[in-house]
Design a protein. Structure first.
Length: 351
């Protein structure tokens, strides 16, 4: 559910307030109740110049609000006294120089909304590999690497390409594991170990499927996890893909946006990909991701650098490239090298 507006005021040279909180619903809202809640909030936010994002998942709310301090205070006062939720906890409260959700009175991201969008696309039959997802997710959460590799090897022997296995099986499995963590059916340690096993299994599938190529690309790319992001599944899978395509590949796991910018400035890559978790929706990381993208652009003045972003937030289309200032947001690992090469060619033809 996304209603874009142009009503939010723009600030030039003014700092605005930003607040993020979490809470629990007193009772689980129905789809119509959730829609009504959001429509009421949008009307209120629009009148006060407040923008933001609301996540609803399994009876829990997470919301980020941004706007002028007086307007933000009025919205927050209303939220604090709303009897539809409890256990309200402020996670961050600070001033920022620019908005992350400048075009949205309120962007809603919820499991119900995601499933409804999937339902509208149900005229298309599920991919043939989809029925493997639950079982493979459980094997990964159980840490059973032998059976994971055996299962994927058997699927590859059926004739499925490495790109099909990654896009239609490994990436959906990562999201299924993230859902298990959100529903408290596993711990973060199990999730992280399972993702690492998927990463190694995906590498084995592509290595087995690919033949060596003498073709070399003229392009180079820096593949980086978002600063502080511990999950690196798509970063590792992209390394295989870009290497196979003949790109010069470097990898980075920067602790900060400054460290990432320093590496971009020192190495002069043609493209940079910055990845959030493929398993978990990292809404609270979007602001930091936007800062990292901006730092990459600033670190390469006079040199065309295409910045790509990825992760579950982008795979499920709940965030866009424009929302973080990137040139491209990949919904899947598959085809990324071709798309970035196209963007580089287009950009250089305009120079």
């Amino acid at each position: 559910m996304q209603v874009q507006t142009g009503s939010a005021p723009t600030e030039t040279g003014r700092w605005i307030g930003c607040l993020t909180y979490q809470s629990r619903a007193v009772s689980r809202p129905s789809e119509s109740e959730l829609r009504q809640l959001v429509e009421e909030a949008r009307a209120r936010n629009r009148s006060l110049g407040v923008t933001g994002m609301l996540l609803y998942e399994n009876g829990r709310f997470l919301q980020t609000l941004e706007g002028p301090p007086d307007g933000l205070e009025q919205v927050w006062d209303s939220i604090r006294h709303d009897e539809r939720h409890r256990d309200i906890e402020v996670l961050t409260e600070h001033m920022v120089s620019s908005r992350l959700f400048s075009g949205w009175d309120l962007l809603l991201y919820s499991r119900e909304d995601r499933e409804r969008r999937a339902g509208r696309a149900s005229d298309l039959a599920p991919h043939a590999l989809a029925h493997y997802v639950p079982g493979l997710a459980q094997l990964a959460l159980d840490g059973d690497d032998l059976r994971i590799n055996a299962r994927l090897a058997g699927i590859a022997e059926q004739g499925w390409s490495a790109d099909d296995i990654i896009s239609h099986l490994i990436e959906p499995v990562a999201r299924a594991m993230g859902d298990a963590w959100l529903a408290d059916r596993c711990c973060e340690f199990d999730l992280t170990v399972g993702l690492s096993m998927l990463q190694l299994a995906g590498h084995a599938v592509r290595t087995h499927a690919c033949t060596a190529s003498l073709r070399r690309s003229r392009y180079s790319i820096l593949l980086a996890t978002a600063p502080g992001e511990p999950h690196m599944l798509s970063t590792a899978m992209l390394a295989d893909q870009f290497t196979d395509a003949g790109w010069r590949v470097e990898m980075a796991f920067p602790p900060s946006k400054e460290a990432l910018a320093n590496q971009v400035a020192a190495q002069g890559h043609d493209a940079v990909d910055i990845a959030l978790s493929d398993a978990l929706p990292r809404q609270r990381a979007l602001a930091r991701l936007r800062e990292a993208v901006e730092a990459c652009h600033r670190a390469s003045p006079g040199h065309l650098v295409v910045v790509s972003v990825g992760g579950r937030m982008f795979a499920e289309a709940s965030a866009s490239a424009a929302s973080v200032g990137a040139d491209h947001a990949r919904r899947s690992v598959g085809g990324t090298s071709l798309r970035l090469a196209q963007l580089l060619r287009q950009g250089r033809s305009l120079q």
